[in-house]
Ligand binder design. Structure first.
Ligand code: IMP
Ligand code: MG
Length: 181
């Protein structure tokens, strides 16, 4: 285990088993729509999750990316989101699935989803690997959730602290003395 990690919350095996389950649920939902699923991966945190998830779908899919940044700190994220990289393709009339690493207060995803809705997709759903329901301040209800986790700061499998730890294959709790909000 990495020296900065206090404990492992989700092992590689637990994550991969869940990814397989989610991929089956998502494939079932979109199979037979007559058009490819339009997946939107939110950079950078969701890329590891999305790469595993999308490879397990057994339906046609397109993949596009969006990079956003929230103003403010984690405990007081303003919910105002700046788009650093917009989508390459329009989503009007598409069945859109937004893939994100984690929903916390919900402010970032709420803002993002409102914006995407205005582009008139045929449908708009959300898949998150992690959900911290205790910290929610804005109503966001992901249709597909990997794991509900307690209010602890986690890193690994795409999730970072100061851009570190994304490449850990598991999800762990960062040692509290290393973490400043
Ligand atoms: P929200 O607007 O409060 O829902 O913020 C969500 C964003 O905060 C996520 O996209 C992550 O970038 C970040 N975040 C929230 N909790 C954690 C965590 O435990 N580890 C790493 N990043 C987190
Ligand atoms: Mg993020």
């Amino acid at each position: 285990m990495h020296q900065d990690i206090a404990k492992i919350l989700l092992t590689e095996e637990m994550i991969q088993a869940k990814v397989k389950e989610l991929a089956a649920q998502i494939s079932d939902k979109y199979r037979g729509t007559g058009r490819p699923l339009h997946a939107i991966v939110i950079l950078k945190g969701a890329t590891f999750f999305a790469a595993d998830l999308l490879r397990r779908l057994d339906i046609p899919a397109r993949v596009d990316f969006m990079a956003i940044s929230s103003y403010g700190t984690r405990s007081s994220s303003s919910g105002v989101v700046r788009i650093l990289k917009d989508l390459d393709h329009p989503i009007e009339g598409q069945d859109v699935l937004v893939i994100e690493d984690i929903v916390d207060s919900g402010r970032t995803l709420n803002y993002l989803l409102q914006g995407l809705k205005q582009r008139n997709p045929a449908s708009l759903s959300l898949c998150v690997l992690l959900d911290k329901p205790d910290r929610r301040v804005v109503d966001v209800h992901p249709e597909f959730v990997g794991f509900e986790i307690p209010d602890e700061f986690v890193v690994g499998y795409g999730l970072d602290y100061a851009e570190l730890y994304r490449n850990l294959p598991y999800i762990g709790v960062l040692k509290p003395e290393l973490y400043k909000d």
